[in-house]
Ligand binder design. Structure first.
Ligand code: FES
Length: 117
C-alpha cells in the first residue's frame, strides 16, 4: 500500500476540491461530493490543465481550459474533447484524515470499467 495524505476530514466542505502534491511528481485532486471523498489525477487527459482549478457540479468536474468533463467517482471522460479517462485512487477515510492509496483504483472505476457513465 502506498498511502498519501490528501486532507483533513473537515478541511473540505461538500462541493469543494483541492490539488494535492504527490511525492512522485504527479498531483492528485481530492473532491468532497456530498460528504464522500474521491481522488483522481489532477492533470486533465486532454492537455495541460489542473482540474482543481475547474468547476465541480454534481458528480462532474469541468476542465478550466476547454471545458471537457469527467465523472469524478469513476474517472470516465464524458464530454468532448476529453476522451481518455482519469486515473482514480482508492480513498481511505479515518476519524480525522483522508488518504489515497496510490496503488489502487477507486471501487467505482473498477465497477464501471466496461460501461459508459
Ligand atoms: S485541457 Fe482539459 S479539456 Fe482541454
Amino acid at each position: 500500500m502506498s498511502r498519501i495524505l490528501l486532507c483533513q476530514r473537515d478541511e473540505l466542505a461538500p462541493g469543494e476540491l483541492k490539488k494535492v502534491a504527490n511525492g512522485d511528481g504527479d498531483a492528485l485532486c481530492v473532491y468532497n461530493l456530498g460528504g464522500t471523498f474521491y481522488a483522481t489525477t489532477d492533470m486533465c487527459t486532454h492537455a495541460t490543465a489542473s482540474l482543481a482549478e475547474g468547476d465541480m457540479e454534481d458528480d462532474l468536474i469541468t476542465c478550466p481550459v476547454h471545458w471537457g468533463q469527467f465523472h469524478i467517482p469513476s474517472g470516465k471522460a464524458v464530454t468532448f474533447p476529453c476522451e481518455r479517462h482519469l486515473r482514480t485512487y482508492k480513498v481511505i477515510v479515518t476519524d480525522r484524515e483522508v488518504y489515497a492509496d496510490t496503488a489502487l483504483e477507486a471501487d467505482e472505476a473498477l465497477a464501471d470499467a466496461d460501461s459508459p457513465v
